[in-house]
Design a protein around this ligand. Structure first.
Ligand SMILES: C[S@@+](CC[C@H](N)C(=O)[O-])C[C@H]1O[C@@H](n2cnc3c(N)ncnc32)[C@H](O)[C@@H]1O
Length: 349
């Protein structure tokens, strides 16, 4: 059924993701990172007949390409240009919850990486942009040209796990302003030289992209929201591509799968925490050698999955307060009306 004419991005850990999501006919799924719609197409095929998919992407260009690819699924796919940090608000707006599964395939697609104009890669010379969405105010050039040396060093160290962060930050400050990716990459190369196979600018570019797009904060917030949107036994599946993301996912799933999160030294439990998830895979899932060979971009992928083990009706209690306020403000609904609406949708599902 898929439209083969649109350019595509090879989906990573595809069969593993479908299995972890336990995709079933008639199920409702959210793809929070639609990208080239590779995972989305497979979810729609496997959930047919009767399956529904809400696909979200922050990048309007990615969404347009996905819309073209999914044109044969118009009746079962709802595509939304938005940030998964607003996941609950998006699902409330479209009455799309509870769902059987939610997928995050983090980072950026090959289409974005290979698009010279986006500034994600130093392989092509382009303006230092790196924003997923043109609505975001701050680009990579803004950070590189305006942040203090200390702030730059912190970004590069924290988000790039770069040991030479101080040296790189000092030279960036000395050499700025920067306009393009190649300018920046060449200063980094001059600063720390080439060692090994990885280009010396790789970690700094990753750090800037994470900072520009608030990737880690958005992920933390979205994971919390996602659990509330899952129905009983609904699946949460996350594919990450670097250790910072994977650490957040691992810690979140571990914490949410425990009944007590008190420090081990506490003699009796005082945390009142109850597990909302059950881990599907205790060990992280990584791509096979065959997949890495055919799609080298998959080599750093790590998949984690968990299943919701609490009933749905407690969702009403935990919807984020800011989400309520946003909807009340933008839709003009009074809070009791909104709560009633949420209950109606849950009971009808
Ligand atoms: C790795 S690609 C997804 C590829 C997709 N699974 C496929 O099979 O084609 C990640 C996508 O997530 C999008 N993205 C990244 N952060 C996002 C966010 N906070 N909200 C919404 N979309 C985001 C990017 O724009 C990109 O298109």
């Amino acid at each position: 059924m898929s439209n083969k004419s649109a350019p595509s991005h090879t989906p990573v850990l595809l069969s593993e993701a479908l299995q972890a999501l336990a995709v079933q006919p008639g199920g409702r799924y959210i793809d929070c990172t639609l990208g080239g719609a590779g995972h989305a197409t497979a979810i729609l095929d496997k959930s047919s007949p009767g399956g529904q998919l809400l696909g979200i992407d922050a990048d309007p260009k990615a969404l347009e390409a996905a819309r073209e690819r999914l044109q044969n699924y118009r009746d079962s796919a709802l595509l939304v240009n938005g940030n998964f940090a607003d996941l609950q608000a998006i699902c409330l707006k479209y009455d799309f919850f509870p769902v059987h599964g939610i997928l995050f395939d983090l980072g950026l697609s090959s289409l974005q990486l290979n698009n010279a104009g986006r500034g994600f890669s130093f392989q092509q010379d382009a303006p230092l942009d790196m924003r997923f969405s043109p609505d975001q105010k701050v680009s990579a050039a803004d950070i590189v040209n305006a942040a203090s040396e200390a702030k730059l060093a912190r970004i590069i160290k924290t988000y790039g796990e770069e040991s030479y962060s101080n040296r790189i930050a000092r030279n960036i400050v000395d050499e700025r302003p920067f306009k393009t990716t190649r300018q920046l990459a060449s200063v980094i190369e001059k600063t720390i030289g080439r060692r090994g196979k990885i280009h010396p600018a790789t970690r700094t570019f990753q750090a800037l992209r994470i900072a520009v797009n608030h990737e880690l904060e958005n992920l933390e917030s979205a994971l919390r929201q996602a659990v509330d949107l899952l129905g009983y036994e609904g699946r949460l599946v996350v594919i990450s591509y670097h250790s910072l993301e994977d650490r957040i996912v691992k810690q979140f799933m571990r914490t949410e799968s425990r009944d007590c999160i008190c420090p081990p030294s506490t003699p009796t439990c005082v945390c009142d925490h109850t597990a909302s998830l059950r881990l599907i895979n205790k060990k992280v899932i990584t791509p096979s050698a065959v997949e890495v060979k055919s799609n080298p971009r998959s080599r750093s992928a790590r998949l984690r999955a968990a299943e919701r083990i609490t009933e749905q009706d407690d969702c009403c209690e935990v919807i984020d307060e800011p989400v309520f306020s946003t909807i009340v403000r933008t839709r003009g609904w009074r809070r009791p009306v909104l709560l009633q609406k949420i209950r109606t949708v849950f009971l009808a599902a």
